[in-house]
Design a protein around this ligand. Sequence first.
Ligand code: ADP
Ligand code: ZN
Length: 740
Amino acid sequence: MPPETPDIIPEPPAFYDEGALVGVLTTQPLGKPLDYRAPEGGAWAGAFVEVPLGPRKVAGVIWGPGKGDYDLSKVRSVIRVLDAPPMRDEMRAFIEKAAAYTLTPLPAMLRLATRAPGLGDPPSMRKVYRRGDGEPPRMTDARARVLDAAEEMGGLALTLKELADAAGVTPQVVKGLVKTGAILEEESPRDTPFPHLDPDLPGKPLTEDQAAAAETLRAGQRSGRYGTTLLKGVTGSGKTEVYLEAVSECLRQGRQALVLLPEIALTAEFLTRVEARFGAKPAEWHSGVTMTERRRVWRMVAEGRAQMVIGARSALFLPFRDLGLIVVDEEHDTSYKQEDGVLYNARDMAVLRASILDARVVLASATPSLETWANADAGKYDRLDLSSRFGPAILPEMRTIDMRDHDLPSNRWVSPSLARAVRDRLAKGEQSMLFLNRRGYAPVTLCRACGQQIACEHCDARMVEHRFLKRLVCHQCGESRPIPTKCPSCEVEDKLAAVGPGVERMAEEAAALFPDARVAVLSSDLFGTARELKAQIEAIAAGGADIIIGTQLVAKGHNFPLLTLVGVIDADLGLQGSDLRAAERTFQLMRQVAGRAGRAEKPGLALLQTFQPEHPVIRAILGGDEEAFWRAEAAERRATGMPPYGRLAGIILSGPDAAPVFDIGMALARNDGPLRRVGAQVFGPAPAPIARVRGRHRVRLLVKAPKGVALQSALAEWVAPVRLKGDLRLAIDIDPQSFF
Ligand code: ADP
Ligand code: ZN
């Protein structure tokens, strides 16, 4: 028996003999690992186990040696070791560091890493079919096709449906062949490995620029050491082609690669490209993946039998056996920041995870976040630039339309100049896009009798009319109700008026202006499933619409080869308000949207409708000198000590009643000693910009600190005395992206 003294920390990987004291972390909200005794047969550190917790049995992970701080006579035994690959040391280190950085309790972090159903279940079986030795006594055409299809697979087995489909026969034909012994029916584990990706298949011949960038990434990959590279290139410059070369080098090293995409609707096109490059499709991990498939991906990733995963931010928490490369595509995208539950930024966590693993990171974007730009500027990240579009495609020309020159009626938003440009495209059979970053029909519904705007009952937010759904919807809590005919306040009939445009209303205007055009609206709320959305995008890309009306959904990397005109309905929209990143976001979004036009042979044009064409951000968008924009923005942030040159943390307090929430905020503001000691300042409390969501009152504090101070530990010490009674909640948002 090894010594049971808990202060001797064994070198990993540690094995704990039966009866040894181990610390088990569960996903139950208990904060830390609890002591148990290792089960019969012992267990490895990292093993997934089942333990008794009060009257229940829960799953957990052996996190390390036990602490011995609990009455030894009461320590219970681990019930059993689950049939799942143990969690690796570096994964535990990642979870701990990510938890410490985001000030998230360990159990909540562990939950992110174990989001696969039936983790502990024994492998489930299913029937598969392959070619046997026998020949059927009676051969038919259908039978011959089945045998051919099976032979083509070599020794590989298929499911009944796969084999029948491959041969173009009914399942009965296959079953008939099983009776003759010509086809073998076997039980096989459901969680099958992913098909092999071949890194040595030839890629596309690269341009000189692309080849140089690819070689730099490959060399970095070969170094086997941690490093992050910003791959900056205009949309269509071939960033994807280039980083796929880093993937191929990673696969050649026998390591696994992860590609994060901001939008699952983008995955279809990407999967096809991976298949063309490596001969098979990679594993997928996102909200559109079925539970069975999730389980398979989780296991195969852990066993090293999935070489490549493409996924949403949560794929970062998969148990890779040997992860060598993480690509974060469209790294500036705000969807990488998880805004509820565990508040983390997948881009930053990717860098953290890679640094633990000696893996590489590629951050790809046409319009990088200021954080990433500054890290490259400071030499912390490498930077590669692709400056021109591939092939004949050139960057769209960008112009403003000064809306002060147009006296549009109050229910019209398309200026005559923009309308002319659209008509011109219609005549040539090319596509136009009208971009407006507002879902629904109208952002405000106003009663013309009493002047009231219809608001959500649970939130401090206006209800947004969605005419397709025939409902008013709260974009904060999702609550909806039928569009009323009389005002909820003054009860006068038929005086409700829609004020302002949303994409649905733009569709109405487009139909009136261009009666013969086929108009398609792309907005996340209009599609039940990711699959429907994908299908719609593909249909549009193939020419299924003349005018595309979209929210920011359309800005994210979709390829519309026929699109040559982008009209931005309201370029000023993002510049309103006091968001720290308003300029950066508008710049990114406008460049990104404009980049949709002219991706094939035909040149593109982007027209920005604005009431303030002389605004510095609008001028920067048009001017094309991106570096000048980043430098100016960086100088401003540096002068004010704002991120990335200073640090912020948001504190969000919430509860069913306003007063106690505010009281906690006041107490925190008064007792700011731990913050002041590290040179941090606290602002607030103030009611959050959206002061009530789902019936909960919200109060915010903002902490601002110089870069380089131990902000997390100061925050932890500062909030430690807070006692949250009843239904009060406190959330800490490190490096906040939104301030609602
Ligand atoms: P980005 O990721 O920078 O937007 P992509 O990698 O998607 O750019 O490239 C844009 C388009 O140009 C794609 O259709 C891609 O297949 C094509 N392309 C880029 N580079 C090459 C190349 N060297 N050879 C052939 N096609 C290329
Ligand atoms: Zn609401």
